[in-house]
Structures are given as structure tokens and as C-alpha cells.
Design a protein around this ligand. Structure first.
Ligand code: GLY
Ligand code: MN
Length: 465
């Protein structure tokens, strides 16, 4: 974990932001896979990690802002726990590691909350995303420190805003963690480029990447996407056998030891060389990414960077003859969403989609910059002006989705901008995505981590090695 003072400082700031009442921050519990004792790998809640760094299940903290008190709730290991899983630090020692001096057994948490309710005090909580944190029902099975309250707690906008404000700006020690994750990503990407040969199954490549993460002592930041069907945004399957004519999208990321994410995408020519049309589409995406990175600077609205990407992609597709008319007009109309229906990037930090459980509109939008509900635009996770310290992915792509093409063609949708007849030749193309992670700096941005090959010659050299 980071130095104790870092966690203390973050909490002091949170107390000033929220001002009064109680703040209840819940850590995560173990999550059963097929029976209670057989659990998924434990992942602590990211906001709990941010303010306390304690990476064990069954913890919660109450900050009493009016009395200036902090109490860590949890349980010391029982003798049975020690028999089965070995000795663990005492709650008191865990609290002291991060500057929390008061501790109490988890069963007392409910009493504290009930007392607060009787006195009409506000209890600030974050939106729940795990079932055991939802509903706040008394004594739900399996949750050792679930507050047995008879009233319902609503997510607190003031707490959400405070957490988002702090977590959005990454400090040097957080950047260091992200760059550790990126070093692992770099090894994963380069290994995949070498392994993804004709005859190999996608799961062999995904497995090799999992092996790199496991042998580095870390987990994946999200389930790796490795697919010859790169046109499917988050394709979770790995059952295709690679062919020489395929391109495969590798969108994967590791966690650092302190759980900061990386999120990198490269597109690999399985046969070692891109075909002419693969090379053309790849070059358009690479150019769009370069333009977005060049434009990223403090004060720039991320939705404008997204628009820039859309225009760059449509200009390139026009040169290929797939798009007609003025690319700017086509983007204003929404025609680009046939090829690029997602956003150009999202915040990244302790979560790969950073702070998504707190509500994307708090993270990526403002009172005046509202989410555009149109197809494609509504998936944009970040739209507001970016600030120094933001870490953001830049991930334009071109996707040829047969189902979407057929639907739109049948409807004659945007036929003034799209040449559906020429598009036929691309219906089995798949997709290309290229993604890097950037830090917004006072005068622009910096691509984080070691350079990971993405120029055509570099990728082909590795893919044919
Ligand atoms: N890497 C997955 C995503 O950005 O959604
Ligand atoms: Mn991403």
C-alpha cells in the first residue's frame, strides 16, 4: 500500500468536501462462485482502496464528520479461519497501518447506523453495485458486516462528487502504479503478436496473456478481449482458430500490485502481414488516434476529441470509397456510428472504466455538458473538459458489423453518406482498434508506459517473427 499519510490526507480532504453527517464506506466481501467457500478471486472496492488501502474482505469504515471520528469495522480471524487460511493481522493493526485508530467488530456497525437514524443524522453512502450491498436489508446471509438497519440508505450526491473529484486527478504515485501495469501490458501485447499464428486458437493467446499476469503476481483489470471478431466490442469468447488472412483485436490490461489498471489494444495480422485493405483500414485508425493524442490538452472537451476521431475515421473511409459527402456533415448527422458506435476513450485508474459504479454522468459529464442520447454518442463515457492529472484511454476503431450494416442498408439509413454497395466487400473484415493510455499534463498529454509497437512495420515484424 502507499504511505499511511497519503490515505490520511485523502480522508481529510473528503471530510472537508462532505462537511457533515456520517460517511459509510463499504469494502467488498468474498463472492461465492458455486458454493459459499469456493470464491472468485477477491477484488476490493476501488473507493475503499483509495481511502484506506486495506485489501481484505469484510471491512467497512464510518467517518463521523461532526465528531471528527473514524472507526474501522471488521472481525479478527477466528480459530477456524486460522486453521483453514492461516493467521491474518488483527483489525487494530490493520487500522493503524492506514491511520485509523478506532476499530470495532462488524456486528456493531448496524448499531451505529441505527443510532444515527434515530437522531435523524445523514449517512452518506455510495451507489451499491454488489447485491450484498443493495437494499440494506437486515442480516442478509453471507455479509458479515452488512448494517442491520431497517431504513434504506440512498446514494449521496455530495459524497459521490467528493470521491470523483479526488479520484479523477492521479498523483505521481498513482501514475507509477499505472505504468507498472502498462509494463505488464507491453509484455502481454508483444507475446500475443508473436503467438497469434495460423492454426492457434484464440484461447491459447488469451491464456498466454493470463499466464504473464499470473506470473507477475497480478490479475487482469478486465477479462481480456482477444478475437478475430474484433467488430464485436467486448467479445468474451475465445473459440476461433486463427487463419492467415485474419486480423485479431487484442484489448487487454493488467492490474498493478495496488490494483491500478492498464488498458491497451493492438490489432494483429495473424499471417504476419496485413492485406491491402487491412493495411488501409489500420492506417485510418492509427491516424485518428494520433490526431486525438495531439489534441488532448487541459481544457479540451473530450467530446470534441471524440468528434475529431469520428471525422478522421470518416475522412479515411471516404478515401476508400465507403463514405460519401462531407465527413463533418456525416458526423453531425451520426453516419459514423455505423463504423464507430462507441466512445473514443474513458477515464482509467483503480477501475479500468474509472469510477463507473459511482455513475458515469458524475465522472464524465457536468451540469452543462449532458450525455447525448443518440446511438453511438450515448456510449461516450467522458465528454467534459479534461484536466491535468486525468488518465484517459484513446481508442478509436473501425468496426464492420454485418448485422448493423444489413439493418441500416434495409432501412436506407444515411444512404447519402454511406455507399452500401461498396461496403459489401468489407462485411467479413472484422474490426480494428488501437488503444493507448494518456496522462493529461499542464501543457498537453503524455502517452503512459513503454512504447508498445503499433506502426505497421513494427507490428508486422513482431507478428512474422
Ligand atoms: N478495454 C475495454 C473497454 O475499454 O471497454
Ligand atoms: Mn478501453
Amino acid at each position: 500500500m502507499f504511505a499511511k499519510e497519503i490515505y490520511i490526507r485523502r480522508r481529510e480532504r473528503l471530510k472537508i468536501q462532505v462537511r457533515s453527517g456520517l460517511v459509510l464506506l463499504l469494502g467488498n466481501d468474498e463472492s461465492p462462485m458455486n458454493y459459499a467457500a469456493n470464491v472468485y478471486p477477491f477484488r476490493q472496492d476501488s473507493t475503499f482502496l483509495y481511502f484506506f488501502g486495506l485489501d481484505q474482505p469484510g471491512l467497512a469504515v464510518v467517518l463521523d464528520l461532526d465528531e471528527g471520528a473514524e472507526c474501522l469495522f471488521g472481525d479478527d480471524p477466528s480459530l477456524d479461519d486460522i486453521v483453514w487460511t492461516g493467521p491474518r493481522p488483527l483489525l487494530r493493526d490493520r487500522g493503524q497501518q492506514v491511520g485509523v485508530t478506532r476499530t470495532a467488530p462488524s456486528k456493531e456497525l448496524g448499531q451505529v447506523l441505527n443510532k444515527a437514524a434515530q437522531k435523524g443524522r445523514t449517512v452518506h453512502v455510495l451507489p451499491p453495485y454488489r447485491p450484498e450491498h443493495s437494499g440494506w436489508r437486515p442480516q442478509a446471509a453471507g455479509r458479515r458486516c452488512l448494517p442491520p438497519t431497517s431504513y434504506s440508505l440512498q446514494p449521496s450526491p455530495v459524497l459521490i462528487r467528493g470521491v470523483v473529484e479526488q479520484r479523477s486527478i492521479k498523483s505521481p504515485e498513482e501514475i507509477e502504479q499505472i505504468e507498472i501495469a502498462l509494463k505488464i501490458s507491453s509484455r502481454m501485447q508483444m507475446a500475443a503478436m508473436k503467438i497469434a499464428k495460423p492454426g492457434v486458437f484464440e484461447y491459447e493467446v488469451a491464456g498466454a496473456m493470463e499466464g504473464i499476469m499470473a506470473s507477475s503476481g497480478v490479475h487482469a483489470a478486465f477479462q481480456p478481449i482477444f478475437s478475430v471478431h474484433g467488430e464485436i466490442m467486448h467479445n468474451p469468447y475465445y473459440d476461433n482458430r486463427l487463419k492467415a488472412s485474419d486480423i485479431a483485436v487484442n484489448d487487454s490490461g493488467a492490474e498493478s500490485p495496488l490494483h491500478y489498471a492498464s488498458d491497451i489494444t493492438r490489432t494483429i495480422p495473424v499471417g504476419g502481414k496485413f492485406s491491402l485493405i487491412q493495411r488501409e483500414v489500420y492506417s485510418i485508425v492509427l491516424d485518428a488516434q494520433a490526431r486525438c493524442i495531439a489534441a488532448a490538452a487541459p481544457g479540451v472537451e473530450w467530446r470534441q476529441v471524440h468528434r475529431l476521431a469520428c471525422i478522421a475515421l470518416m475522412e479515411g473511409l471516404k478515401k476508400l470509397g465507403l463514405v460519401k459527402g462531407d465527413p463533418q456533415e456525416a458526423v453531425s448527422a451520426g453516419a459514423h456510428t455505423l463504423f464507430f458506435p462507441c466512445g473514443v476513450g474513458h477515464m482509467m485508474g483503480l477501475d479500468v472504466h474509472d469510477m463507473e459504479p459511482l455513475g458515469e454522468d458524475y465522472v464524465g459529464y457536468t451540469d452543462t455538458i449532458k450525455r447525448n442520447p443518440d446511438f453511438g454518442w450515448r456510449y461516450l463515457r467522458l465528454a467534459k473538459p479534461v484536466e491535468p492529472g486525468f488518465v484517459i484511454t484513446v481508442e478509436p476503431g473501425i468496426y464492420f458489423m454485418p448485422e448493423l450494416i444489413d439493418r441500416w442498408r434495409a432501412e436506407g439509413k444515411y444512404s447519402q453518406f454511406i455507399d452500401y454497395a461498396r461496403l459489401e466487400a468489407y462485411r467479413n473484415f472484422g474490426g480494428v482498434r488501437i488503444e493507448d493510455d494518456i496522462l493529461i499534463t499542464p501543457d498537453g498529454c503524455r502517452v503512459l508506459g513503454p512504447p508498445i509497437p503499433k506502426a505497421i512495420a513494427e507490428v508486422e515484424a513482431l507478428a512474422s517473427s
